[in-house]
Design a binder for this molecule. Sequence first.
Ligand code: C2E
Ligand code: MG
Ligand code: MG
Length: 598
Amino acid sequence: MSLMRAKISGLWQEAVVMMVDDEALLTDVIQTHLEDHGYQRFITCNEPTEAMALIRAHRPDVLLLDLMMPKVSGFEILSAMRADPSLMYLPVIVLTAASDADTKLLALEIGATEFLAKPVDASELVLRLRNTLAFKQYQDRLAYVDPVTSLANRQSFTLRLNQALQRLRENQGMLGLLHVSCDHFRQTRETLGSRAADELLRLAALRLQHLAASATEPGQASAHMEPGDVARVGEQDFAIAVPALHDADAASLLAKQVLRALSQPFEIEGHAIFLSPGVGVALAPNDGDQAETLLMNADIASAKARESQHKTHFEYFSAELTERSLQRLRLGREIRMALEREEMRLHYQPKVCMRTGRITGAEALIRWQHPEHGLLLPSHFIGIAEEVGLIGDISEWVMHVACTQAAKWHGQGFEDLKISINVAKPHFDEGQLCPRLEQLLQETGLPPQCLMVELTESMLVQDAARALEQMADLRALGVGLSIDDFGTGYSSLSYLKRFPANELKIDRSFIMDVATHDKDRAIVQTVVTLGHSLGMDVVAEGIETVEQHRILQHSGCDVYQGFLFSKAIGPEAFEALVKRHRKPPGAAWPPSDFTPPA
Ligand code: C2E
Ligand code: MG
Ligand code: MG
C-alpha cells in the first residue's frame, strides 16, 4: 500500500504523485521536473471526468489538482474527495492561474492542503511537494505508529500482515506469528506510575526489535524480517511476524529467544522489574489466512502459555484451544464490563454463636447479578478473574463495599458485628492488602476489630514465611484473621502454631458427613480441640441440618455458618435478620419462630 511504503521508507521520492490537469503538456512538464528530483511514481489524468475513479483505484500519496478544467472543475473533485472518508485526508496541492484571494479561500475551505501558482515554478513545486509529503508522513506516523514504543501499531501491523499473507497465498510457504504478552505492565503503571510503565514498554520493545534484527542473520528464524514486523498490538501485547518461515521449529527457536530476552530483569527507576512473558505461536496458512484471525489465535495460544505453571513458556495454537479460550476471553471481557456497570453484589452470610444463638457477624460473599444469567456464584467467575488479571479490581471493590457497609452497621449500633472478607491468592501475594485496608479503615471510620480477613489454609502454606509476615502486619493493624477451609491445605502443626490467627474455619467437606461418618466426627472433634488449644475460635461452615448443628455444638465449636440458619443474603435482608434474631444471651437455638430456608 502506498501510504505504508512512503511511511516506512521515509523517502519522499517513493511517494506516488497523481496529477489531474486537462493540459497534457503541463502534466508532462511537471513530471519531468519531479523526475529530475528523484520522484519515480506518477499517475496522470488529463480527463477530469475520470479523476475520482482513478484516485480511488490508485490511492496516491499526494494529488496535484488543476482548479479550472472543462466538464468537471477541481473544486468539484476536491469536494467529492473530502466527502469520501477514505480520501478525506489525502493531501491536495491545488494548481491555479487565478491569483485572487476569493478563489484561494474557497479552495482552502473545501480542503486544499497547498497552492501553486500557474505557470508552475519548478523549485517552488519541489519545495511544496516535499513539505506536503513531510506533513503527511507525520500524520501517517500518528495513525500507524505506537507513540510509546515507536513500533508499528495494531492497525499498520494488520495491514502489513495481510499483505504478507497475500504474498503467501501467491508463493506458498509458511508465515509465523508470535504473540507476546507480558503481565506487570499494568501493575507497574499502578505502583510506579505511567512514566515508569512507558519506560518498561520502551525497553521491552527495544529488546524485541533487537531480536528481530538479529533473526534476519543467516541461519536464524527468517531471512525477510523488517522493522515493521514487530508491533505493539495491545496494552501489554506485542506481535512479531516472521514472513518467510523455514519450518515450525524456527518459530519455536524465536519464541524461546523472546522468552529469554524478556525474562531478564528490567531496571526502572532503581527497581528491578521482572516480566512474566507468555508467547503464543500461530502459523499461516494452517492457523488462519487473515491477519485478524491469525492475531487472535496467537493471542489465545499466549493466554494458554501464561496459564502454565512455568509462567515463562510458549505455546502453539491448536484448534482445541479455541472454544475454551474464546469463552474465557469473552468472560474476562464481561467481568471487566460487569465491574464498570456495577453488576457485582456483596451478600452476607450470618455467623452465629453456637452457645447463645446470637449473630456475631457475617461473611461477605460476592455475587454477580448477570443481566442474562441471573445471580452468579463466585465459582463461575473468580477463577477466570484471577487468570485474566482482574482479581485486583474485584478485591478492591469487595474491600471497599464491605468496609463501607460494616461502618454503616457499626454506626447504627451493631457495634459487635464482625464482617469477614475473603482474599484471593494473587491479591494476597501482591502484598498490598495491609496498606490498602489501613487506608479503607481510615476512610470509612470502621474500627479494625469489626473486620476479619479470611485466608485459606492452602494459600498460607505455599509461602508460609511470607504469609507469616503479612499476617503479622494485619494483626498489628487490628483486624481479625481467619484460616478458611481448614483441613484441605495440609498445613503442618509447626506452622499452624505460628500463624497468628483468631479463627479456624473447618472446611465444609468435613461437616457434610459429620452426622453419618464416625471418622469425620472424630476429625471435627480434633480440629475443635486443636483450634482451642492454639487460642483460636472454631467456626463450622456449611451447617445444613439440625443434627449437624447438634454434633458441632456438642464438640465445643464456637460459631457456625450454614444454610440451616441462612444463606448469604443482600445487605438489607441481613440487617433485618440481625434485628429480628438478636436475642438476649442464653436464648436457645432454633428460636420458636424460625423456619429454615428451603
Ligand atoms: P468460602 O470462603 O469457603 O465460602 C463459603 C462458601 O460456602 C460460600 O459459597 C457459601 O455460600 C457456601 N456455604 C455456606 N453455607 C453453606 C451450606 O450450608 N451449604 C452449602 N452447600 N454451602 C454453603 P460461595 O458464596 O459460592 O463462595 C464460594 C467461594 O468463593 C468462597 O468459599 C470463597 O473462597 C470465594 N469467594 C466468595 N466471595 C469472595 C470474594 O469476595 N472474594 C474472593 N476472593 N473470593 C470469594
Ligand atoms: Mg470464606
Ligand atoms: Mg470456606
